[in-house]
Design a protein around this ligand. Structure first.
Ligand code: FMN
Length: 374
């Protein structure tokens, strides 16, 4: 498996693109260039990242917007059907789907995942999330479990799913949340029961679940200081190693790259401060604050800027050289991969490929795309 799925590639710092199946992507702003989200733009961006040798494409699992003038993430493509389409139109990149465990039965999800794994010939990764946006669950009328119980539920959900990918004969399942007779699924994924799973839980229990059960573990760096960030990563890796797994630690980063530092900061401040959607971000953070223990209230306020700039991601802001220096430091701290988002995905991804990627290669973070096309 290690040699097949692109997320396991040897590049020291792997790259992906996230959230482009949603209107406004990751930027909570009314700036006119924000992502309108059409299928043709989704395909163009996915193929650009694929050709450039990026490792991953992540659609977000989102069901409704956050209000405010931007109504951030109001229009979203469903992530399994999105991945089936994007998977058929790309060649080497890993394609993910984000699934809310409480909203889809694992028998259904196991088969959807296996189907996309065949479409992509072993390039699929499942992003399993437990949900934190209560308003979207209210549309489904499903039970909204207490925070930590959501992760117990997800562990059992994943157990059912992985057994369906593995078992060669029908089996009974008698769990706390799932009971079923003669469970069965064929065909198995191309990657078998080792089909990689991602999780981005950031509370204590979320991190533990991710480290103990998943192959791609996200961390939301608090950005107080480098030692603190490094310890967050080290803790995640310790938890994985204790569970006998190898952690691959990824982060989400928002990028604003310009020819001078001043221009980059001015462009960032324009869409975050001048055009930032205070109402949508306040709605988002009041729910996130209540539903996740990730950020303490004082940190949350400081994080508002990062949420408007890129959904709480890590800032990569400045000249191509400065941004690559930042990524070298992140890599040295233990970050294995970054999922990127931009205000103007198509224009700024193209610029990244032309101006930043060559410097990443020169810095030893990545090898040229042509060397890992299969
Ligand atoms: C890169 C990334 C992608 C995520 N994708 C989704 C998503 O698509 N849908 C969702 O409901 N939550 C998503 N989340 C939220 C996490 O799954 C998680 O619920 C959140 O970080 C709060 O942590 P906790 O669940 O441990 O409290 C994402 C988080 C990150 C960092």
């Amino acid at each position: 498996m290690e040699s097949r799925n692109p997320i396991f590639r040897a590049n020291r710092l792997k790259l992906g693109v996230m959230a482009f199946n949603c209107s406004h992507g990751s930027t909570v702003t009314t700036a006119p260039e924000a992502w309108p989200m059409t299928w043709s733009d989704n395909v163009a961006l996915a193929q650009m990242a694929d050709r450039a040798g990026f490792e991953a494409l992540l659609p977000v699992g989102r069901w409704k917007g956050y209000g405010g003038p931007s109504n951030f993430n109001n229009r979203t493509f469903e992530s399994f059907t999105w991945a089936a389409g994007i998977g058929a139109l790309t060649k080497q990149i890993a394609v993910l789907s984000t699934i809310h465990a409480p909203l889809v039965h694992p028998v259904m999800a196991a088969k959807q995942a296996a189907t996309i794994d065949h479409i992509t010939q072993g390039r699929f990764v499942l992003n399993l999330v437990c949900g934190w946006f209560r308003n979207e669950f209210e549309m489904f009328g499903v039970e909204w479990r207490e925070h930590d119980v959501r992760y117990e539920y997800a562990a059992e959900w994943l157990d059912v799913c992985r057994r369906l990918w593995f078992e060669k004969t029908p089996f009974e399942f008698q769990g706390i949340y799932f009971q079923g007779k003669e469970l069965w699924s064929e065909p198995k994924p191309i990657q078998g029961a080792d089909l990689p799973v991602m999780n981005a839980g950031s509370s204590d229990i979320g991190q533990r679940f991710s480290a103990q059960n998943c192959d791609m573990n996200f961390v939301m760096l608090r950005q107080r200081d480098e030692a603190n960030d490094q310890e967050q990563i080290a803790k995640l890796k310790r938890l994985s190693n204790a569970a006998g797994r190898e952690s691959r630690c990824w982060i989400h980063g928002y990028a604003v790259v310009r020819s001078t530092q001043e221009e980059a900061e001015a462009a960032l401040n324009r869409y975050v401060i001048e055009y930032g959607d205070e109402e949508a971000v306040s709605n988002m953070l009041s729910i996130f604050g209540m539903e996740s223990g990730t950020l303490a209230p004082d940190v949350m306020d400081a994080f508002k800027f990062h949420f408007k700039a890129g959904h709480g991601g890590y800032p990569l802001v400045g000249t191509p050289k400065k941004v690559v220096d930042d990524m070298v430091r992140l890599s040295e701290m233990g970050v294995d991969g970054i999922l990127l988002s931009w205000l103007d995905y198509l224009g700024e991804c193209k610029q990244w490929v032309e101006e930043v990627l060559p410097l990443m290669e020169a810095a030893g973070l990545r090898s040229p795309a042509s060397s890992h096309h299969s």
